[in-house]
Design a protein around this ligand. Structure first.
Ligand SMILES: Cc1cc2nc3c(=O)[nH]c(=O)nc-3n(C[C@H](O)[C@H](O)[C@H](O)COP(=O)(O)O)c2cc1C
Length: 364
C-alpha cells in the first residue's frame, strides 16, 4: 500500500492522498482580480489528481502585493473574479482547494520576476511598503515604513476579511503565509525586526504578532475551515531565524488550533546560503514533526514518486508538496500513482487514456 496515496485529514477536511500542489504566484491578476489565466492554470491543476491544491500567495491588502499583478482578496471585485474561477472549476473537479493569504511587507512593490523582479519606485507603478522595522531587503532600496500599532490592527482585520472572502468564494482551507521573507516572517526574524516594543527583541516578542494574527483569524472563522501556516524554518543566515525557533513557533501555533504547518525555508535575506539539493528542506519538516501532532507538509525539490513515498514512510512528514514539478508535469500525481500501484480520480472525459499496463490506475 502506498503511503503517498493513503487518505489524510487536515482538520475536518478529507484529502484523497498526500500530494499538495504548493502555492505558486502567477503575477497574472489585474488589480488583484483573477483572469482567464487563472482559469486555465488552475483548471489544469484541478485535474492533476493531487489531494489538495493551494492557490498562490493572495494579497490581503493592495500594498501587500509582491507585484502589481498579484492575486488579491482585498476587494469585492477581487472576490467576484475569483468566485467565477472557482465556480467553473467546481463544475468539473472535486479537488479540495485552499488559498495562501499573504502580505509581502517590505518585499512588496516589485516587478514580476520575468521583468527583473526589482523594487518599483513610487513614480513607476510602485508604492510605499510596510514592515516591522524600517530596514530594506537590499541595502540600496528605499526604507519601508515601520508599522505602528493601529496599522498592525488594520492588517489583522485585512487578513480576517480576506479569509471571510475566501470562504464566500467556496475555498476549503486557508494557509497564512509566514515564509519567504514576507511580512509575518519579517516579524519572526531578528534580521528584519529590530523593534523595541513588545513585538521585537526576544523570541517570544518576535513571535507575538504572527501568533496574535493567527489566533485572531482562527477565532473568527468557522471551525470546519482548517487554517494552517507556511513558514521558513531557517533564514540560512548566521544570527537569523532558525530551526530551533521554528520548533518553538510550531509548538505555540499548535496550542491555538493551527491545522497544519507547511515547512519551507529562506527568502528573508540576500545573504542566505542555501545548500540546494533533492529534498533539501525535508530535515526541517522532520525536526518539527517530532515535536507537534498537527500534520506537517514537507516541500522543496521533491520531484520523484519514490522519493515522496520514502519521506512519508520514514515519518519525516505527513504530506508532501510539489511546485515546479507540478508545472512541468501537471499529471505528476497520475504518474506517481502508476509507479506506486495506486489510483487517482480522473475526469470521465479522460478515462480512455488509462494505459493498458496500469489497469486499475483510474478510479472508475
Ligand atoms: C512559479 C513559482 C511561484 C511561487 N509562488 C509561491 C507563492 O505564491 N507562495 C509560496 O509560499 N511559495 C511560492 N513558491 C515556492 C513554492 O511553493 C515551493 O515552496 C518551491 O518552489 C520549492 O518547491 P519545488 O522544489 O517543488 O518547486 C513559488 C515557486 C514557483 C516555482
Amino acid at each position: 500500500m502506498s503511503k503517498l496515496f493513503e487518505g489524510v485529514k487536515i482538520g475536518s477536511l478529507n484529502l484523497r492522498n498526500r500530494i499538495v500542489i504548493a502555492p505558486m504566484c502567477q503575477y497574472s491578476a489585474v488589480d488583484g482580480k483573477a483572469t482567464d489565466w487563472h482559469l486555465m492554470h488552475l483548471g489544469s491543476l484541478s485535474h492533476s489528481g493531487a489531494g489538495l491544491l493551494i492557490l498562490e500567495a493572495t494579497a490581503v491588502e493592495a500594498n501587500g502585493r509582491i507585484t502589481p499583478f498579484d492575486l488579491g482578496l482585498y476587494s469585492n471585485d477581487n472576490q467576484i473574479a475569483l468566485e467565477k474561477v472557482i465556480y467553473a472549476i467546481r463544475q468539473h473537479s472535486k479537488i479540495p482547494i485552499g488559498v495562501q493569504l499573504a502580505h509581502a511587507g517590505r518585499k512588496a512593490s516589485c516587478a514580476a520576476p520575468w521583468k527583473g523582479g526589482k523594487i518599483l519606485e513610487e513614480n513607476n507603478g510602485g508604492w510605499m511598503t510596510d514592515a516591522p522595522s524600517a530596514i530594506p531587503f537590499n541595502n540600496d532600496e528605499r526604507l519601508p515604513h515601520a508599522l505602528n500599532k493601529n496599522e498592525l490592527e488594520r492588517i489583522k482585520q485585512s487578513f480576517l476579511k480576506s479569509a471571510e472572502r475566501a470562504i464566500t468564494v467556496g475555498l476549503d482551507l486557508i494557509e497564512l503565509h509566514a515564509a519567504h521573507g514576507y511580512l509575518l516572517h519579517q516579524f519572526l526574524s531578528p534580521l528584519s525586526n529590530t523593534r523595541t516594543d513588545e513585538y521585537g527583541g526576544s523570541l517570544e516578542n518576535r513571535m507575538r504578532y504572527p501568533l496574535e494574527l493567527f489566533k485572531f483569524v482562527r477565532t473568527h472563522i468557522k471551525k470546519d475551515i482548517p487554517i494552517g501556516i507556511r513558514i521558513s524554518a531557517s533564514d540560512w543566515v548566521e544570527g537569523g531565524w532558525n530551526i530551533d525557533e521554528s520548533i518553538q513557533f510550531a509548538i505555540e501555533l499548535q496550542t491555538i488550533n493551527c491545522a497544519f504547518i507547511h515547512v519551507s525555508s529562506g527568502g528573508l535575506s540576500p545573504l542566505q546560503k542555501i545548500p540546494v539539493e533533492a529534498g533539501y528542506q525535508v530535515h526541517f519538516a522532520d525536526r518539527i514533526k517530532k515535536k507537534v501532532s498537527m500534520p506537517v507538509i514537507a516541500v522543496g525539490l521533491i520531484t520523484e514518486a519514490q522519493q515522496a513515498e520514502t519521506i512519508l514512510k520514514n515519518n519525516q512528514a505527513d504530506l508532501i508538496a510539489i511546485a515546479r514539478a507540478a508545472l512541468y508535469d501537471p499529471r505528476w500525481p497520475w504518474h506517481a500513482a502508476a509507479e506506486l500501484k495506486a489510483s487517482v480520480d480522473v475526469p470521465p472525459q479522460y478515462l480512455r487514456s488509462e494505459p493498458r499496463e496500469f489497469k486499475d490506475l483510474f478510479k472508475k
